[in-house]
Structures are given as C-alpha cells and as structure tokens.
Design a protein around this ligand. Structure first.
Ligand code: NAD
Ligand code: MG
Length: 399
C-alpha cells in the first residue's frame, strides 16, 4: 500500500516583512520551505514589493497589507498568481483567523495585539515575538491563549533562553530568572553624552541587527523594561524573582536560577533564527545553518549590574510590575508615543523616559485591566498624553 504523503504543517507569519519576519521565512526555507510547510497568510505594512515576493516564494494563500492605501499596489503585484489579498485591521484579523496551527506574531507594537489574540483564541500555537501583547494585555493575553488551547512559545531571545532552561518538572525549585541585556551602544555613556544622542546613533546596535523600534529600545533599555514585564506573564514569577544583568557580548541569552544554587543558561551567537527555529519545531530542535560559538575566540564573557539612574526604564518597569492593572499598557503605549516623537526628531533621547514616567504617574488611578476594552482605553489615553508632552517639549526646544 502506498504511504500517505505526510501532511504539511500550516503556518501564518504576522509581520513577515520585518526583521523577525524575514528571519522566520529564512528558517522555514532552511527546514524545507513549501515542501514541508503550507503557508496560509503573510502580513506586512508598507513594503509591498517584499511582501509580494515573499507571498510568491512561500506560495501563501493570502497576503495582507496593514496599510489600506497600498492595497491596490499589492493586488497589482500579485495579479495572476492566485494569491488572495486583503488590507487594514480586518485583513490582519482575516489572516490570523485562517486555519494555521502555528502563527508567528512578529508585528511591531500594539498593532500586533488584536490579530495575535484572534489567532490565540482559535487555538493556534503562538510563536511570540511581539512582546507588546504581554506587556499591554498581560493576564488577558495569557487567558486568551489558555482558552484557545494552543501553546505560547517565546521567540524573544531572552525568553526563549529561559523557556529552554526551565525544566518543567523543576518549576517548584525555580528561584529567579536572570535576563541578560547588552546595555546597547550607550552602556558606558554619561547622561550628558546621552542627551545629545541622534536617531542614527540609537539605531546602531553593537550585536544584533533588528527593527528600528527595538534597536532604539535597546539603546534606552526600554526593550529590557518591556521584557521584564513579558517575563512576569510568560513564566508566572513575582517582580522580585526577575533580575537584569548587563552582558555586553550577548552570548548568554538569559538564565534560570534554582533553589539549590544551580543556574542554567542558554548560549549562542546573537542570531534570532535559533529562537525562531526552536519555536517552530518545539519540542524538537531543528538543524540550522547559523554561526556556531567559538569559545576560544570568544575568550571572555563580561557581566555588570545595570545602572538605573542612567537607564530609568528599568526602574519604571518595576513600578509597572508592582502596580499591575493597566500600568503595563500605559508604559508600553507611552513608550511607543515617545519613541515616535524621538524618531521624528521632536524630542531628545533622554526625554523618552521622562515622558513615560510622567504619563505613568498621571494614570495610576486608571481602572484595572479587566477587559481588552480597558487595555485599549489605557493605550489610547497614554498615547495621547505622551504625544501632548512631546509636543510641549518640542515647542520648548524650538525656542
Ligand atoms: P520590524 O519593524 O522590523 O517589523 C515589524 C513588522 O510589523 C513588519 O512586517 C511591518 O510591516 C509590520 N508592521 C509595522 N507597523 C504595522 C502596523 N501598524 N500594523 C500591522 N503591521 C505592522 O520589527 P522587528 O524588529 O521584526 O520586531 C517585531 C516584533 O518582534 C517586535 O515586537 C519586537 O519587539 C520583537 N522582537 C524583535 C527582535 C529582533 O531581533 N528584531 C528580537 C526580539 C523581539
Ligand atoms: Mg530580547
């Protein structure tokens, strides 16, 4: 009797045109491409040529641009291919709701929240790069995944490292998790020097090649601040169990400390494809063509305590963690607003943390995050306030 052809794993990549998205398609290609994986949907925003090329290469069923004004361009680029197209928020939801068993959540920012929740609710396994889902919606997001019955597999390199170092039957002995941080390009700079930082300086990360938002977030350490909150929700730990250590080489991706004093770590070259591959084939490990660590060449690994005076973002994350409720959503949205103003050169680098703190302080009495509507309301309000403060600072700087 002829053996039935093995069924291909069905995938969707939300945010396929970004840094994580491109790496995800590389991993999928390395592991067999369309022969092994059936691509249901790919989504992007402004880069239509890349989205169209990816959709053809992966033989996707649907390609979606978040930008409605670019839909005609996408349609034209895919004319005659048989690949369906859609656009806007409803298009993103349509992509998320297709029947893929595995969904890469790699849209940047809060824009990723609604489509990722839609995929989680219908029970897909979520490979989570979009940390903003957990920072803003925390418990509600985790509940949506649980209700859907799919798995939540972290892709952020630190959280993947913890996930890999956390042995399931040892949870009772988990004492602490230690997030490593590269410290970014301004690790040794004074605040005076940091006040003069430009966008071009902030986006040039010493170890990782990433999207603009996360590169600037690594320079301000707001990325680490978001990751502390992400860790709390992923691993169900208390704020006191979360430590941050600066590790400039980005080789130790993070660690788990146990009650017997043991510390388990995951190491590797700074390449997101390792974490993406792990999330794709979990619980098995894939064979990947990525650089191997050469310990002799490496020679040393350095660690130092983070400086919460020069990098106030870490202190703000602790505040958000202890306050709970919508403070994560507030911190995240205020930071997105401040980041936007910084890349538009309206405000300085250090103003970002000032804005986030002011918005967080003004919104401590905001109602708890009981529903997604509460989260979206806090997000909108925090974004509005951040924009207002940024406008004030910009006007002052012009004088
Ligand atoms: P990126 O800016 O390179 O790509 C973002 C993707 O989102 C693109 O496909 C873009 O088209 C899409 N997008 C942008 N705005 C959108 C909108 N309004 N609506 C819908 N889609 C939109 O970002 P990235 O660096 O790939 O990061 C993606 C996510 O992964 C972020 O949450 C980031 O924090 C996280 N992450 C990234 C890295 C990394 O190495 N790049 C590492 C860890 C975690
Ligand atoms: Mg990370």
């Amino acid at each position: 009797m002829k053996e039935a052809a093995p069924t291909r794993q069905r995938l969707t990549v939300l945010g396929s045109t970004g840094s994580i998205g491109v790496n995800t398609l590389d991993v999928i290609g390395q592991l067999g491409g369309p022969e092994r994986f059936e691509m249901l949907a790919l989504t992007g925003n402004g880069n239509i040529p890349l989205l169209a090329e990816q959709a053809k290469r992966c033989r996707a069923k649907l390609a979606v641009t978040a930008d409605e004004t670019r839909h005609a361009e996408l349609k034209a680029a895919l004319a005659g291919t048989g690949i369906a197209t859609a656009a806007g928020r409803s298009g993103l939801i349509e992509a998320a709701e297709m029947d893929a068993g595995w969904v890469m959540a790699a849209i940047v920012g809060t824009a990723g929240l609604a489509p990722t929740i839609a995929a989680a609710k219908r029970g897909a396994d979520i490979a989570l790069a979009n940390k903003e889902c957990l920072v803003s919606a925390g418990d509600l997001f985790v509940e949506a995944v649980k209700a859907g019955g799919g798995r939540l597999i972290p892709v952020d390199s630190e959280h993947s490292a913890i996930f890999q170092s956390l042995e399931d039957d040892q949870r009772h002995a988990l004492e602490r998790i230690v997030l490593t941080a590269s410290g970014g390009p301004f690790r040794t700079w004074t605040r005076q020097q940091m006040a003069e930082v430009t966008v071009a300086m902030a986006r040039a990360h010493p170890n990782w090649s990433m999207g603009l938002k996360i590169s600037v977030g690594s320079a301000s350490m707001f990325n680490k601040a978001l990751e502390m909150i992400e860790a709390k929700h992923l691993f169900d730990v208390t704020p006191e169990q979360i430590e941050v250590i600066v590790h400039p080489q980005s080789i130790v991706h993070s660690m788990v400390g146990y009650t017997d004093g043991s510390v388990l770590a995951q190491l590797g070259c700074p390449d997101m494809r390792t974490a993406i591959g792990y999330a794709l084939t979990y619980p098995k490990r894939p064979k990947l063509n990525v650089e191997r660590l050469d310990f002799a060449k490496l020679a040393r690994l350095d660690f130092e305590a983070p400086d919460e005076v020069r990098f106030p973002s870490l202190r703000l994350a602790r505040l958000a963690l202890t306050r709970g409720g919508t403070q994560g959503a507030v911190m995240n949205a205020a930071e997105e607003g401040a980041f936007q103003a910084f890349v538009e050169e309206k405000i300085g680098f250090l103003d970002m943390a000032e804005i986030v703190e002011e918005v967080m302080e003004a919104m401590t009495a905001h109602p708890p995050a009981a529903t997604m509507e509460d989260v979206f309301a806090a997000d909108t309000e925090a974004r509005r306030r951040a924009g207002e403060i940024a406008g004030r600072i910009a006007a002052f700087r012009k004088r």
